[in-house]
Design a protein around this ligand. Structure first.
Ligand code: ADP
Length: 303
């Protein structure tokens, strides 16, 4: 029996934030797909119009570095989102001890991450949940942003406030201080964390609570001063932290090139208004200096 007269269900791939994800065959195209089943929960009348409009927007976003939403349909009280099937994700690559990432490989994976993000930001959509396991990798080595926009459409189950949508380790300081208004710069901070994680092969800022997350940030990057970040003291959850000095980037990411460190430091600018944009980051000399980004088809992936 087919779902929606079209998809042959295969095994469950995992349980995500919004519900079960399973593998299926699209009988219309013969392609393997991943279907994300989203529990609609309390919205008894079905998906609201805002959600439908947003989903339409996602369906129209076609880009090599964004996962394609092939089809969206309601079925048995759940919303089903059909995506192209992806072999692996960046977290699996970073964690695999058998994989060596050359500076060109890192540059390639990170460039694809920023390219996908730039497409979102150009359409005025924030990703809001950037983390390595949301960066999926296809059989041709192309990296694609997944779960993009879902945080805004469906909210985050189990999390009360929308400023807490981010996986903590990738959360920008303005979100941790409770900013209600924030912009594309939150994705830039998260991308910076992913860049550092690619370089060091371990998560960069691993806090075990929101307070501790800020502590971990200040321990490495120094405590922000009102001079560096004007609006800091007016953020809802602002608390003073004992002052710490900035550690040299060379020490924080010992294997990175000077260009990589320069870009990294610009992505970790405290004041969201002066933090580098995704477009500016893509134009940074890091991407044009040698070694050039590895051809995606030649990138190392888990066996
Ligand atoms: P989370 O919400 O925790 O980020 P997801 O809902 O994105 O998790 O995904 C749950 C599981 O399904 C994960 O193991 C993920 O690898 C897998 N998955 C999600 N999307 C795809 C896809 N397009 N292709 C293959 N596997 C996928």
């Amino acid at each position: 029996k087919k779902v929606a007269d079209r998809y042959l269900k295969r095994e469950i791939l995992g349980e995500g934030t919004y519900g079960v994800v399973y593998k299926a065959i699209d009988t219309k195209t013969g392609h393997t797909v991943a279907i994300k089943k989203i529990r609609l929960g309390r919205q008894k009348e079905g998906v609201n119009f805002t959600a439908l409009r947003e989903i339409k927007l996602l369906k129209e976003l076609k880009d090599p570095n964004i996962i394609e939403l092939i089809h969206a349909f309601p079925h048995k009280g759940n919303l089903h989102l059909v995506f192209e099937f992806m072999e692996t994700d960046l977290e699996a690559v970073i964690r695999d001890p058998n994989i060596f990432l050359s500076p060109g490989d890192i540059k390639s994976y990170f460039q694809m991450t920023l390219k996908g993000l730039a497409v979102c930001h150009n359409k005025w959509v924030l990703h809001r949940d950037m983390k390595p396991n949301n960066l999926l990798i296809g059989s041709n080595g192309q990296l694609k942003l997944a779960d993009f926009g879902l945080a805004r459409i469906f909210g985050s189950p189990g999390r009360k406030f929308t400023h807490q949508v981010f996986a903590r380790w990738y959360r920008a300081p303005e979100l941790l201080f409770g900013a209600k208004q924030y912009g594309a710069s939150v994705d830039v901070w998260a991308a910076g964390c992913i860049f550092a994680e690619l370089l060091n092969r371990r998560p960069f800022l691993q806090g075990d609570s929101d307070i501790d997350q800020l502590g971990k940030i200040f321990q490495k990057l120094g405590t922000p001063t009102p001079l560096l970040w004007h609006d800091l003291e007016w953020l809802p959850d602002f608390v003073e932290y004992s002052s710490q000095i900035t550690q040299p980037w060379r020490k924080l990411c010992p294997t990175a090139s000077d260009d990589a460190l320069d870009l990294l430091s610009k992505m970790f600018t405290y004041d969201p208004r002066t933090r580098i944009s995704v477009q500016q980051a893509l134009e940074h000399r890091y991407f044009t200096s040698i070694p050039l980004p590895t051809d995606p088809a030649k990138l190392p992936r888990p066996a």
